[in-house]
Design a protein around this ligand. Structure first.
Ligand SMILES: *Cc1c(COP(=O)(O)O)cnc(C)c1O
Length: 458
């Protein structure tokens, strides 16, 4: 192992220097991937020196998500202490299902959950779990809400039409999960949004009333804290009144921007969160941990147990359910995703996490200010969002993003809202500074002038 650790350090160092030299990896066209790199698996193994060279060339061509040129996704950057925690989790290789096998790591997970419950003013006995991603978090709460509405479903299956409500701008996993959990995609009601992408409360109530009149069984509302394209925040306070009125489970999907719970300045965006039944947050997005680190908390811990526990004599042989986390998780064997956020949180404190989140909003402000001050740009996004959506010189957003990628200049994606397509720059890497944001625009402008406008006029 000692030797492999040394090899790891060598490869990690190569990665860091590669990130400096080539912040955007030159993409390999899919048609030549297997000829450009040796990805073959053969009956005979290779010697270490060959393996290392092989891995080095793979690293070189792998997209770089931690650099100053990556604005493509709702994650990015690299926070050392969080990476340290995750590397340690790999070395320890516990499975989180029992106290016997995970020991203090169970306490670490419970501590993270407890602190989050406290931060959002959830009731004292609230609890939660870690899921393998935000989509799976949404699936787990959907199952809980389904079973809370009708506890017989666990044994009998679904025999009625149960309807759920989520905004048209919410994450696609809501509809996908409806298909996976027996609810059915047709029972998903997409609520209209206003011009900022926030759920329209009147439309929500109208849809519920129509369903009730038609003998459907409404059971679940999903509110989004940071929609995937615009980064909009639904009005949780107002939605919670509707959920109470009709006895529906209210989940707040904070996968993207739930990190605002750490910020005094931006906490107002999730006002009313304490009235929700469950909340999820992806620490691998705003909090900058490695993928994946998805946290669910709920004010109905008994529901978590009801929906996910299963007796297994061969597994649960010591300690109480409170410390045998397999009783409330989706998986059986489960990797330790808690240690990375715990290590980061321990090292920088809650105040440090607040700084990370505030910095992202600050960077977005800088980007919006630049766009507003330059008439070649059109801005589509709003204040209090770390998704900065824009178009430059009316250039097709898809063509621009693809050209930037193919020339290895920048990694940035595009999105659309109400029929308009635009570049979506995500300022989620808290290690960036004002200069890096301005450099993004300079690179984009030079790219357009040198590589796009020239081609189109020649
Ligand atoms: C990213 C995201 C998800 C999905 O999270 P994964 O970890 O990618 O599965 C769900 N909801 C919202 C709002 C998101 O932004």
């Amino acid at each position: 192992m000692q030797k492999d650790l040394q090899l790891f350090i060598e490869l990690a160092e190569q990665l860091l220097s590669e990130e400096e030299k080539h912040p955007v990896a030159q993409p390999i066209p899919t048609s030549s991937l297997y000829s450009a790199l040796d990805l073959s698996l053969n009956s005979e193994g290779v010697v270490d020196s060959e393996l290392i060279e092989n891995l080095k060339s793979i690293i070189k061509s792998t997209p770089k998500t931690a650099t100053k040129s990556f604005f493509n996704q709702l994650f990015g950057g690299r926070i050392g202490k969080a990476t340290l925690g995750d590397l340690l989790a790999v070395m320890l290789n516990n499975s989180m299902y029992t106290y016997k096998v995970a020991g203090p790591q169970v306490g670490i997970e419970k501590q993270v959950l407890k602190n989050i419950c406290n931060l959002i003013d959830y009731s004292q006995d609230s609890d939660g779990t870690f899921a393998p991603g935000g989509s799976m978090s949404n699936m787990m709460v959907l199952i809980m809400a389904r079973d809370a509405k009708n506890s017989a479903i666990r044994t009998e299956g679904i025999s009625t039409k149960m309807t759920l409500y989520t905004s048209a701008e919410s994450h696609y996993s809501i509809s996908k999960n409806a298909a996976l959990t027996g609810i059915g995609r047709k029972q998903v009601r997409l609520v209209n949004t206003d011009e900022r992408g926030e759920m329209l409360i009147d439309h929500l109530e109208t849809l519920i009333k129509i369903d009730l009149a038609n003998n459907y069984i409404p059971f679940f509302i999903n509110a989004t804290a940071g929609t995937t394209v615009l980064g909009a925040f639904d009005d949780i306070e107002a939605i919670s009144k509707i959920s109470k009125k009709y006895s529906l489970w209210l989940h707040v999907d904070g996968a993207y921007c739930g990190g605002v719970i750490f910020s005094k300045k931006y906490k107002h965006l999730i006002e009313g969160l304490k009235h929700s039944d469950s909340f999820s947050i992806n620490a691998h997005k705003m909090l900058g941990t490695p993928l994946s680190c998805s946290i669910i908390v709920t004010q109905h811990p008994e529901q978590l147990h009801h929906s996910f526990s299963n007796e297994a004599d061969y597994l649960y042989q010591t300690d109480g359910d409170d410390f045998n986390l397999g009783k409330t998780s989706m998986q059986c064997g489960r990797r330790n995703d808690a240690l990375k956020i715990w290590t980061l949180w321990k090292s920088v404190g809650t105040k440090g996490l607040e700084k990370i989140v505030n910095k992202q909003f600050k960077l977005a402000e800088i980007a919006r200010a630049y766009i507003k001050s330059n008439s070649n740009y059109k801005l589509y996004s709003f204040d209090d969002s770390i998704s900065v959506c824009f178009n430059y010189k009316d250039i097709d957003a898809k063509a621009l993003c693809t050209s930037l990628y193919e020339h290895a200049d920048l990694m940035v994606g595009f999105g659309s809202f109400k029929g308009e397509q635009f570049v979506r720059m995500v300022t989620i890497n808290s290690a960036l500074e004002e200069n890096d944001i301005l450099a993004f625009f300079k690179t984009l402008e030079m790219h357009v002038n040198d590589k796009m406008l020239k081609i189109s006029t020649s």
